[in-house]
Design a protein around this ligand. Structure first.
Ligand code: CTP
Length: 405
């Protein structure tokens, strides 16, 4: 069982009604074996008194930056160095904005700037404030800096609204922190990915292709390798450099991608199909350049073979992950793809209005047979790291419980 034993957790509490839940969180963290020091913003002290946290943690609570008495005890730089991790719960919209912009005008933001420890935040705010583009942009920035996002949950709020913005329950926060402290590795696991677009030749100089940049697939290959996996990347034509140490195969057409994928599939453990494979290819490829003549030209196209479905039918024991790009009814289509192609997971993104392709950020809804997870918009690199960790967790579960969904 993963543990928080002996971890030094600096618990930051910002101003919001959910501050009262931080008392239970302090108790549960200590029960899980952590050593907890508490830092409250001025706003937080209007909701709960520092004395509550002093009694629960057994240590004086830190509230102000320029407090000679506190600095004489454990000064703020010392406290920043002491922390193995910083957890801010609740993290208000204001606190999130200030962290994003690197403020250091109160103790909590100063500690965050002065510490090398990983930072996790549990947002708590009104649903409209959470949905606001400013907050979402701040969250994306923080996540791109590897700040861990814990929640928020959806439900009824203190103000009477219903929606996303509720702080996770203290038990859930502790569970997530415990899960994170578990060493999650893919050492010895073989991961194969397809990435990028395919090119379907019309004649020696022309082809049909799509806007896929391959960024997500390449970032996932890198993230899998960082977890210790042995990675094979089968890529259509893209303008990217493959990560060092990854076995990289270049292909052009859907047929070539199918053949290369099948040839490298024996012995693989995880297959991640991020490629935007052409669904149709010219029925015939002209041997010579087609010269213009008539005012209209029709091209006859035929269906390509579905690489992912072919792989899952030939290698049913493989842990297979598909991607879905949809303009509407994201979850419904993602779930039907899961069944139809016999996959363990589907990662779906919205391409309404042509977004996603060739962009540096993305958001994903991930579904599996008995669960789902939403990743808010963040850089494709940050998203790949988070998604790969989720894939590793689900893969572990799949190996541990072969009969489970
Ligand atoms: N895929 C594949 N081979 C194909 C087509 C798709 O491996 N010939 C994979 C993609 O890499 C992706 C998933 O299948 O992981 C996408 O499924 P698909 O049903 O093709 O998605 P859409 O193109 O969105 O489907 P539709 O045409 O139904 O909108």
């Amino acid at each position: 069982m993963p543990t928080l034993a002996q971890q030094h957790i600096l618990l930051g509490i910002s101003g919001g009604i959910a501050a009262y839940k931080a008392a239970e969180l302090t108790r549960l963290l200590i029960k899980a074996g952590a050593e907890v020091r508490v830092c409250m913003t001025e706003g937080a002290t209007h909701f709960v008194t520092p004395l509550t946290f002093q009694a629960l943690s057994g240590h004086p609570v830190h509230t102000t930056l320029l407090d000679p008495e506190a600095e004489a005890g454990m000064g703020h730089i010392e406290l920043a160095r002491w922390a193995d991790q910083i957890v801010i719960a609740p993290a208000s919209a204001n606190c999130i904005a200030r962290l994003t912009h690197g403020f250091a005008d109160d103790l909590l933001t100063t500690l965050c700037l002065a510490s090398k420890a990983p930072l996790a935040i549990a947002p708590a705010m009104n649903q409209q404030m959470w949905a606001n583009a400013a907050t979402q942009a701040n969250i994306a920035t923080l996540q791109s800096r590897k700040v861990k996002l814990l929640g928020p949950a959806s439900g009824e709020q203190a103000c009477g609204d219903i929606g996303f913005g509720r702080m996770l329950e203290p038990e859930q926060i502790v569970q997530l922190l415990q899960a994170d402290s578990a060493p999650l590795q893919l050492t010895g696991v073989k991961v194969i990915l397809t990435a990028g677009p395919t090119r379907e030749a019309i004649d020696p100089v022309r082809f049909i292709s799509n806007r896929s940049s391959g960024k997500m697939g390449y970032a996932l290959a890198e993230a899998a390798q960082a977890l210790g996996a042995e990675v094979t990347l089968i890529s259509g034509p893209v303008a990217l450099t493959p990560p060092q140490g990854v076995q990289h195969l270049k292909v052009e057409s859907a047929q070539q991608m199918l053949e290369a994928t099948l040839a490298h599939m024996p012995g693989q453990d995880i297959f991640i199909a991020t490629a935007a494979v052409a669904d149709y290819t010219p029925a015939e490829v002209a041997e010579q350049k087609i010269k213009k003549s008539a005012s209209e030209l029709s091209l006859e196209l035929k269906r390509t073979q579905d690489i992912l479905a072919t792989v899952t039918s030939q290698f049913p024991a493989l842990f297979s992950v598909g991607f879905a790009a949809e303009t509407h009814d994201l979850m419904t289509y993602a779930r039907s793809k899961l069944e139809r192609k016999q996959l363990q997971m589907v990662a779906a993104n919205s391409v309404a209005g042509g977004k996603v392709f060739d962009q540096d950020t993305n958001a994903l809804e991930v579904v599996w047979r008995d669960g789902q997870h939403s990743f808010p918009e963040m850089t494709k690199q940050a998203l790949a790291v988070e998604l790969m960790q989720l894939i590793a967790k689900r893969y572990q579960h799949y190996k541990d419980t072969p009969d489970a969904p």
